[in-house]
Design a protein around this ligand. Structure first.
Ligand SMILES: *Cc1c(COP(=O)(O)O)cnc(C)c1O
Length: 378
C-alpha cells in the first residue's frame, strides 16, 4: 500500500514558528501564543478554561493534581491505554485501580467501574480509546453519586462526539488533550486540559508553573513543576488546530466506508462509527485470530497490529518493580485486578489498523480486499 502520510505540517506551521523566533520571545509566560491557543481551544470546546502544558502526560498529571487524591487514595482507570494515563496517578502517590472494559470497543465498562468504587476512591479516569466515545455520561452519573472527579483522557479523541451532542472532554470535570507527534494534530509534544471549574483551573495553572502565582510576585502558593508549553509549540499547535476539523472529517469519510463494508464480513466486528474520530481503526475478531489477520495485512503492506499493547496495563511488569528508590509506596501489597475482557482483546481479539486523513478510497478498497481474502482462506 502506498505510504499515506498522515501529517498536515506545511507552510502555516513554518510561518508560525518563524513568527515566534523573530519575536524573540520563546517562553509562554511572557509571550502571546500559548494564551491565544488556550482561548481558541476554549472556544472550540465551549469550555471556561483551557490550560496548555508540555505533553498529554503532563495534562493528565495536572488533572490528577486537580482531583487532589490523598496519598494512597485510589483512581479507577482502564488497562487499555497509553502509560501516560497511569503514570500521573503514581506521581501523585495514588493507586491505580484497573476496571475491565467493554469487549465491543475496549472502553471502560461503567458496571465494572461501579463495582470497584470504595472508601478510598477519589477519581475515575476514562479514555476515549482510538477516538471512540467512552460511556462518560454513565461514568459522570456514578462520579456524582459518589463525590468523585471524572477525568476524560481525550489524547486519541480530538473532536470525538458524544451521544446527544457535545464533545468528548466536556462531560467530566477535566478533559485532557495531547499534541504528541502521532495524534490527530501535533506540535511534537504538547498537552491541554479543559475545565469549567475555576478552582480546578487555578490548581492546574499553579502546578504547571512551579506553584508560582504570577500576580503575587515571586511567591510560591503550592507545590508544582514546570510543565509550561513553549511559544514555539503553541504557535505550531494553533496552525494545526485550524486544520483539525478537516483532519477529522477526512478520517471519518474513509473510515465510515470501511466500517460499512466490514458489516457483512464474517469473523470481524467493525467499530460503531457514531461520534468516532478515528485515531486508529480498531476491529474486534471474536474468534481470536487478530494476530493472524494482522500478519496477513502486514504482508499485504497494510500497517496493522494485533493487541495495541504488549500486555494490558494491569499485567505490565511495572507493578513488580519499586516506584521511588527502593520503595513501592503506595503499592505495598498491591495486586492489579484481573480484567478478562481487556486481556482477551490485547492477547487475541483486537486488531488496529493505522488511520489518517490522507487515506483514499483505494486504501479502503485494498483493506477490504485483503480482509475478505483472509476470511476466504481454506
Ligand atoms: C498519547 C497518549 C497519552 C500521553 O500523551 P503524551 O502527549 O504522549 O504524553 C495519554 N493517553 C492516551 C490515551 C494517549 O494516546
Amino acid at each position: 500500500m502506498a505510504e499515506a502520510d498522515g501529517r498536515t505540517l506545511g507552510d502555516e506551521e513554518v510561518a508560525a514558528a518563524e513568527r515566534v523566533i523573530r519575536s524573540g520571545m520563546l517562553n509562554s509566560v511572557w509571550g502571546t501564543e500559548a494564551r491565544a491557543l488556550e482561548r481558541e481551544i476554549e472556544r472550540m470546546y465551549g469550555s471556561r478554561h483551557a490550560i496548555t502544558c508540555s505533553s498529554g502526560t503532563a495534562a493528565l498529571h495536572l488533572s490528577i493534581v486537580a482531583a487532589a487524591p490523598d496519598p494512597g487514595d485510589e483512581v479507577i482507570t482502564t488497562p487499555i491505554t497509553d502509560f501516560g494515563t497511569v503514570a500521573p496517578i503514581l506521581a501523585q502517590n495514588a493507586v491505580p485501580v484497573f476496571a475491565d472494559v467493554d469487549p465491543a470497543d475496549g472502553n471502560l465498562d461503567p458496571a465494572a467501574v461501579a463495582e470497584l468504587i470504595g472508601p478510598r476512591t477519589r477519581a475515575i479516569m476514562a479514555v476515549h480509546l482510538f477516538g471512540a466515545p467512552a460511556r462518560v455520561g454513565e461514568l459522570r452519573a456514578l462520579a456524582d453519586e459518589h463525590g468523585l472527579t471524572l477525568i476524560e483522557d481525550c489524547a486519541q479523541a480530538w473532536l470525538t462526539e458524544l451521544p446527544g451532542g457535545g464533545l468528548a472532554g466536556t462531560t467530566g470535570q477535566v478533559g485532557c488533550l495531547s499534541l504528541q507527534q502521532w495524534k490527530h494534530i501535533t506540535c511534537g509534544d504538547g498537552g491541554v486540559t479543559i475545565t469549567d471549574d475555576d478552582e480546578l483551573a487555578r490548581r492546574m495553572r499553579l502546578f504547571a508553573d512551579k506553584g508560582w502565582d504570577r500576580a503575587a510576585g515571586r511567591s510560591h502558593a503550592a507545590f508544582g513543576l514546570n510543565y509550561r508549553m513553549t511559544e514555539l509549540q503553541a504557535a505550531v499547535a494553533r496552525a494545526q488546530l485550524a486544520k483539525l476539523p478537516g483532519v477529522v472529517a477526512d478520517r471519518r469519510r474513509t473510515a465510515v466506508r470501511l466500517a460499512e463494508a466490514l458489516e457483512d464480513l464474517p469473523g470481524v466486528r467493525p467499530p460503531r462509527p457514531e461520534g468516532h474520530s478515528w485515531w486508529l481503526f480498531p476491529v474486534v475478531c471474536p474468534d481470536g485470530d487478530a494476530p493472524e489477520l494482522a500478519a496477513h495485512l502486514a504482508t499485504a503492506g497494510i500497517p496493522a497490529r494485533a493487541g495495541y499493547l504488549a500486555e494490558p496495563l494491569n499485567r505490565a511488569p511495572v507493578w513488580d518493580a519499586p516506584i521511588y528508590g527502593a520503595s513501592r509506596y503506595p503499592l505495598d501489597g498491591y495486586e492489579p485486578n484481573p480484567c478478562p475482557q481487556a486481556e482477551a482483546l490485547v492477547d487475541r481479539t483486537l486488531l488496529v489498523i493505522d488511520w489518517n486523513e490522507n487515506y483514499t478510497s483505494e486504501h479502503v478498497d485494498l483493506i477490504i480486499q485483503e480482509m475478505t481474502k483472509f476470511r476466504a482462506r481454506p
